[in-house]
Design a protein around this ligand. Structure first.
Ligand code: FEO
Length: 402
């Protein structure tokens, strides 16, 4: 059927039928500078299978892409790999439209889909490792609980070696270039790291276990098709994304530091600049992120591969700046590991902010190196102390990351 939106073949009898959200700039608090895609996949075998759906408002785009290949009413099975609304929002209407023979999800997926979408149809719970014969092709389900929701699972198309990996290995990157090898590599790497930092970093220990699980399952992964962003289809790109995820999950410290701060009358800014200069003088790559121009999710991306995080705030009404609290509350939830940390800030009379920042560092088990609190405007000598703090952190980083 002639439609405005077309399916894109990704392998024999397998199609991308997702939607592109060019204008998305906020994904539950994460700034998505490049928009996103909600990927869904159509598999033609004796049974016709739809893997995942899209955000509710893109239901028609999904149906049109499917219609360019097959009448949507011919879909036999729908598989929900992940119950979050960006992949399930359109599910109730798609179920009404398609009237599938069966719907499959993980055990937690059944619960979460019913609770969120108030579905009254039956959803079949599949077990970890269970296989489903769809006539001429075979699917295998791999539970990936808490990556990043309790319901998350992968679906693996066995002979084709396609891993439909829902959010894992994905990125918020709106592009009509369906494959990674058609995109700018630097952009892909940046958006992949941003996605990991903002969505998956708290689950890094589970991701290390996931690799052991995938190896044990003996999968021969030839293509990684996530639910956001382009698909990894060449052996080089599949190895690349798997190795990047292994590196992210390890959270090995690098000789790189992030200085993130806000300022009231410029004194904390002066301190940040002196600390950054000390870090650079010591041989550390430094990223200086004034919060007035940096979103919390971009701070998280920089923190992912940094070995040290240095946070500065003035004190206002006995508290750190609300903008600094915003970033730290967000980072606390993301639980970055294996990092040195230091706090700094200028104050007028009470000066609680530096201790408050240090308390947050300790609560997430970062190794606190030192802190500097300066009353009013820093003198030359005090700025030298800031510079020396940068040098000290750099020296410690170099010992850890030779
Ligand atoms: Fe893309 Fe967790 O939803």
């Amino acid at each position: 059927m002639e439609t405005s939106y077309r399916a894109v073949p990704i392998a024999k009898d397998v199609y991308w039928v997702g939607a592109i959200d060019w204008s998305l700039r906020n994904f539950h608090g994460y700034t998505t500078h490049r928009g996103s895609t909600y990927n869904a996949f159509l598999i033609l075998a004796d049974k016709i299978v739809l893997v995942d759906t899209v955000k509710k408002q893109y239901k028609d785009e999904l149906l049109q892409r499917i219609s360019s290949v097959v009448d949507p009413k011919k879909i036999d099975y729908i598989i929900s790999n992940h119950a979050e609304m960006d992949h399930s929002g359109a599910l109730p209407e798609i179920i009404r439209e398609v009237n599938p023979e069966k719907i499959f999800a993980s055990t937690m997926g059944v619960k979460n889909l019913k609770a969120q979408l108030h579905l009254d149809c039956e959803i079949v719970a599949v077990k970890d490792g269970e296989e489903l014969d769809i006539g001429g092709k075979k699917l295998k389900f791999i539970e990936t609980r808490m990556l990043h929701w309790p319901d998350s699972m992968f679906t693996y198309l066995v002979d084709e070696g396609i891993l439909f990996s829902q959010d894992a290995f994905g990125m918020h990157y709106a592009t009509r270039s369906i494959f990674v090898d058609e995109c700018l590599r630097g952009t892909v790497e940046h958006e992949l790291a941003t996605y990991y930092a903002n969505i998956l970093m708290p689950f890094s220990a589970l991701i290390k276990n996931l690799f052991a699980k995938l190896e044990k399952a003996g999968l021969n992964i030839k293509m990684v098709a996530p639910d956001h962003g382009p698909i990894f289809r060449t052996p080089e790109d599949v190895n690349w994304v798997l190795s990047l995820y292994k590196e992210y999950a390890e959270q090995k410290p690098h000789n790189r530091a992030v200085v993130v701060y806000d300022t009231m009358w410029g004194s904390t800014d002066k301190m940040a600049r002196a600390i950054a200069d000390g870090l650079a003088h010591g041989g550390t790559e430094v990223r200086v992120l004034p919060i007035s121009g940096t979103h919390r999710s971009d701070v998280a991306t920089e923190v992912l591969r940094a070995g040290a995080i240095v946070v500065g705030s003035p004190t206002i009404n006995n508290n750190m700046f609300p903008s600094v609290a915003d970033v730290l509350t967000y980072l606390k939830g993301l639980k970055p590991q294996n990092k040195l940390a230091a706090a700094f800030g200028s104050y007028g009379w009470s000066g609680e902010a530096v201790k408050q920042i240090t308390d947050i560092f300790e609560s997430i088990k970062l190794e606190v190196v030192d802190s500097i609190r300066i009353q009013w405007v820093p003198t030359k000598e005090q700025l030298k102390e800031c510079f020396e703090l940068g040098v000290k952190i750099s020296k410690m980083l170099k010992e850890r990351c030779p």
